[in-house]
Every structure is written in C-alpha cells, then in structure tokens.
Design a protein around this ligand. Structure first.
Ligand code: AMP
Ligand code: TRP
Length: 326
C-alpha cells in the first residue's frame, strides 16, 4: 500500500478547478492506498485572514472533502495546525533550503510582483508544504498542475537531506491529472480559475446555486469564430469549456466536438451548464448534511490523533539523524 498525502487551503470558494484538479483524485486514491488529507490552515495565513472566517472555512473544507466522497473510515482527514510536527519540520527544512531556489517559484513571483517587500511566509510557503509531505513518508501527492514546482522543490530538499544525513525521507512523486488538471478562469481563459479572483463569474464554486452556475457559464469568455473545437492557443475559452464538459460528462473532448459540430456556442454552453449543475447537486446535498452534523469535529479530532502518531515517528527520526536534542 502506498501512502498518499494532499492538502487544500481553507480560504473559501472551493471551485470546480479544485474539484477536478485535486479532490476527485483524492476519492479515487483512497480505494487502494493509505490516504491522508489535510486542511492546510497554516498555509492560508501567508496572506491576511479574518479569524472568524478562517475557522468557518476550515470546517467548510472538511465537510467538502467528505461531501465529494472522501471517507473518514478509509482516509485520515485533519487540520494542519492540530499537528505540531508540520511547523517543527518546516524549520528544519528551512535550514536545508536556499533563497535561490525559493526565489524561482512562480507562485511567489506572481504574488510578490511589483512589491518591494513581501511577507516571509509567502516566500517560505513551499518549505511548509514540503514539511507536510515529508512528515508522513508520503509516496504520492495528488495535486493540480499548478503545484508541479512545489513538488519538485520538495523532492530536491528530500534528496539533499538524504545525501547529507542518513536516509531520512521518502522521496515523493506528484500525481497530476491530465484531463481537466488545469481549469482556467471563465472570464479570462489565460489565467487559472482561482478562489480569490474578484469576479465571482470567473469561477464556479462547488456550493454555487443553479442560477449562478448557468449565468457564469453563459457569460464565459469565448471567441468570435463560432466553431467548437479544441485549440488551447487560438481558442483558450472554448477549450477550457470542453475540458470542463469532458471532466463532468466522462465523454472525451473528441466525442464532444463531434457531437456539437455545426452548433453555436449558446447551445453548447446551455448543455454544459446543465451537466455542471447536475454534477454538483449531490455534493451540495452531502455538504449541508455533514456541515451541520455534530460528527464533523470528532472526525477532525480523531484524524489529528492518527496523523500525529505518524508525524511523531518521523520527527524522532529527523531529530536523531540531525543530532537535535540529547
Ligand atoms: P488551492 O486552491 O491553491 O488551495 O488548491 C487546492 C488544490 O486544487 C491543489 O491541488 C491545486 O493544484 C488544485 N487547483 C487549484 N486551482 C486549480 C485549477 N484552476 N485547476 C486545477 N486544479 C486547481
Ligand atoms: N500548496 C497547495 C495549494 O495551494 C496546498 C498544499 C499545502 C498542499 N500543503 C500541501 C498540497 C501538501 C499537497 C501536499 O494547492
């Protein structure tokens, strides 16, 4: 059995990009692996958060994990700040990484562009993420394509430590889904769909109402040539919609293109809206039940205990190999 670890930030607005790029894989993987799914609240404070909202979003994400099918009987679900090993290991790894490699992270470059100074946490974010992964002797990390660089630096740090000290870490592999791995913003198909974009019609959140889903899809940016075909360069908007259609319907992009040959964008968008609405109905229903249940917090407490048992073993090994303590 392989160990799987992944995390999602509790910053609200979990969208279909998160679902198709990451969450859906979480569910598939739990059938044949030992899975650990984390709500990475310490990552979310790299940018300012409202404390009340943050707590609400932590429970929302936990409930969403379960609503899409992550089963707490099969997988460990827990909150990052409940296991102190993440912060502890993060410091150790900070001492094994370089400002040069961190400066090359595109996410940091994007978030700090044009600013003279940026929060240190934004800069060292990939180290905390590496700690999350290495703390659990993780084999596989299912994530969206946008996290490729962060997985690479995690591997680099693990290999570096293993060379310098006794073999300390399992070197993990990323698992990136091809179809739908990168869902783009509906209003601007050249940037990825994001939780934080100002325009709510740029994304479809998993809890959006049907009317909102339809509106966002109908007004999504396409092009003026009127032909439905897949071409990321020339037709990024239509291609993104085709990806979403394919991911929710299970039909291949080629099949969908044939089906809509000669049709206008309007009909295609209408049917995509229906397919998306239908896919989200059971998720919303499950979410509302789980979010209100007393069980939710108990599941997180139990998850943190199980995670901590594994984390403590790794931290003992790290301290022994580094000569920390006595
Ligand atoms: P985040 O929203 O950054 O916390 O991301 C949570 C997970 O969703 C990560 O595995 C991301 O790679 C994935 N993800 C985020 N945005 C997208 C997107 N637009 N398309 C595909 N996957 C995404
Ligand atoms: N950085 C990831 C994101 O923004 C979230 C994350 C934090 C994560 N720690 C992780 C993902 C560990 C996988 C494994 O999407």
């Amino acid at each position: 059995m392989k160990r799987v670890f992944s995390g999602v930030q509790p910053t609200g607005n979990i969208h279909i990009g998160n679902y198709l790029g990451a969450l859906r894989q979480f569910v598939e993987l739990q059938e044949e692996n030992e899975c650990i799914y984390c709500i990475v609240d310490m990552h979310s404070i790299t940018v300012p958060q409202d404390p009340k909202e943050l707590r609400k979003h932590i429970l929302d994400v936990a409930a969403l994990y379960m609503a899409v099918g992550v089963d707490p009987k099969k997988s460990i679900i827990f909150v990052q700040s409940d296991v102190s090993g993440h912060a502890e290991l993060s410091w150790v790894l900070t001492c094994c990484s370089y400002t040069g490699e961190l400066s090359r992270m595109t996410q940091f470059k994007d978030k700090s562009r044009g600013k003279e100074s940026a929060p240190t946490g934004l800069f060292t974010y990939p180290i905390l993420m590496a700690a999350d992964i290495l703390l659990y002797d993780t084999d596989i990390v299912p994530v969206g394509n946008d996290q490729k660089q962060h997985i690479e630096i995690c591997r680099d740090i693990a290999i570096r430590v293993n060379h310098k000290y006794k073999n300390t870490f399992v070197v993990p592999d990323g698992r990136f889904l091809k179809a739908g791995a990168r869902i783009m913003a509906l209003d601007d198909p050249t940037s990825k769909m994001s939780k934080s974009a100002e325009n709510i019609h740029s994304r479809i959140s998993l809890l959006d109402e049907e009317g909102k889903i339809k509106k966002s899809i109908m007004r999504s940016t396409t092009d003026s040539d009127g032909e439905i075909r897949f071409d990321l360069e020339e037709k990024p908007g239509v291609s993104n919609l085709l990806n979403i259609y394919s991911a929710f319907s299970g039909e291949s992009v080629d099949e969908i293109v044939v089906k809509y040959a000669g049709c206008g964008y309007g009909d295609f968008k209408k049917e995509l809206a229906t397919i998306t609405q239908e896919a989200l109905v059971p998720i919303k229903k499950n979410f509302n039940e789980i979010r209100q249940s007393e069980e939710l917090k108990n599941i997180l407490i139990n998850g943190a205990e199980r995670a901590n048992t594994i984390a403590e073993k790794t931290m003992k090994r790290v301290k022994d190999n580094f000569g920390l303590g006595f």
